[in-house]
Design a binder for this molecule. Structure first.
Ligand SMILES: NC(=O)c1ccc[n+]([C@@H]2O[C@H](COP(=O)([O-])OP(=O)(O)OC[C@H]3O[C@@H](n4cnc5c(N)ncnc54)[C@H](O)[C@@H]3O)[C@@H](O)[C@H]2O)c1
Ligand SMILES: O=C(O)[C@H](O)COP(=O)(O)O
Length: 293
């Protein structure tokens, strides 16, 4: 018997692919969407609503979905799974970048591999920075920001956040976070994590003016979207030492060769949009369609 067809427009862990392939024929070819009974996508495209091409779908698993897309799927009887696991997974990656940037993990690893640990004390060039008694600023206390605040609760840090929607006092207390203006956060934060969405209001929100207020030597982490930071201002802040170190998972030009000012610096850690990429996170998507095959 032929296997049912699963349309998949996501990058999945090899072990998750293996499990899917055991039960489905997988395709990413748009022209075969009308044959698919299941679909895995990052977010559900608007043009799928009530389309002939999605009429055979029984199950859709995704990371994000507009309320209108959720409504038409409900009306069509399509089982929708939103993989909430993504938030914690991205928060963990944000923490990994913070740790790698603060402790020079990548250049120190490279030095050991290159045989530089021979007769010289590498503690001097690669000595790093603690978390305890430092201030972290989290800009965007949404789904991922809240996970991050929880993850670092044992680190002994002063935790500030800014969001256009302030959390209820009781939730702030539970998470151990204090609301601050962006200006205060910039002035005080030793670690600054961006977890805003990219939209009209946030595009370029961290620009020249904001970097001028930033505490010198701040460790800046961006796992949200590159466009929230003005690239020229970022480069200047990196070059003049305002940014002491950075961890980036998102880029102004993704899937491309990165400019020398980034690629050649040892105080930046770069990951290729891996924030949501773990076996467990991918298996939440895979299992959602495996359960409904
Ligand atoms: N690196 C990755 O792989 C990866 C994966 C998933 C999401 N993301 C990105 O992470 C970011 C956060 O995602 P999320 O799911 O937590 O989003 P979210 O919508 O749950 O949270 C964003 C928060 O930002 C706040 N906000 C919006 N505009 C603001 C403004 N102008 N000023 C202050 N606060 C503002 C919102 O009120 C909200 O609380 C997004 O940019 C998303 O695209 C990255
Ligand atoms: O960052 C995210 O929202 C997910 O990892 C998916 O990213 P993409 O839709 O930009 O590929």
């Amino acid at each position: 018997m032929p296997k049912p067809i699963c349309y998949a427009e996501v990058s999945l862990h090899p072990l998750a692919w293996e499990q899917l392939k055991a039960h489905y024929e997988i395709t990413s070819d748009d022209s075969r969407l009308p044959e698919a009974s299941a679909a895995l996508v990052y977010s559900v495209p608007d043009h799928w609503a009530f389309s002939e091409s999605t009429s055979r779908l029984k199950a859709v698993a995704c990371h994000s979905c507009s309320s209108s897309a959720a409504a038409w799927m409900k009306e069509q009887g399509i089982a929708l799974t939103l993989a909430h696991s993504l938030w914690r997974t991205v928060a963990e990656h944000t923490l990994a970048l913070m740790m790698a940037a603060a402790r020079n993990i990548v250049p120190a690893d490279r030095a050991v591999r290159n045989g530089e640990w021979s007769g010289q004390d590498l503690k001097i060039p690669y000595s790093g920075w603690d978390f305890q008694q430092k201030t972290i600023g989290i800009w965007g206390m949404g789904k991922i920001g809240i996970e991050l605040a929880g993850l670092i609760s044992g680190f002994g840090m002063n935790r500030l956040y800014n969001d256009c929607r302030r959390l209820p006092a009781e939730q702030e207390q539970r998470l151990g976070i204090a609301y601050a203006s962006v200006e205060d956060m910039l002035a005080q934060a030793d670690y600054f994590c961006i977890l805003l969405p990219l939209n009209e209001q946030t595009r370029g929100a961290l620009g020249k003016e904001q970097f001028a207020r930033m505490k010198k030597g701040c460790i800046l982490i961006n796992t949200a979207r590159a466009g929230i930071i003005e690239e020229q201002a970022f480069q200047e802040a990196l070059e003049n030492g305002t940014i002491g170190a950075a961890g980036l998972d998102v880029f102004w030009r993704e899937n491309d060769v990165q400019p020398a000012y980034l690629a050649e610096r040892t105080n930046v850690v770069l990951t290729p949009h891996l924030g949501g990429s773990t076996y467990e996170c991918d298996m939440v998507l895979a299992n959602a369609v495996l359960e409904r095959k």
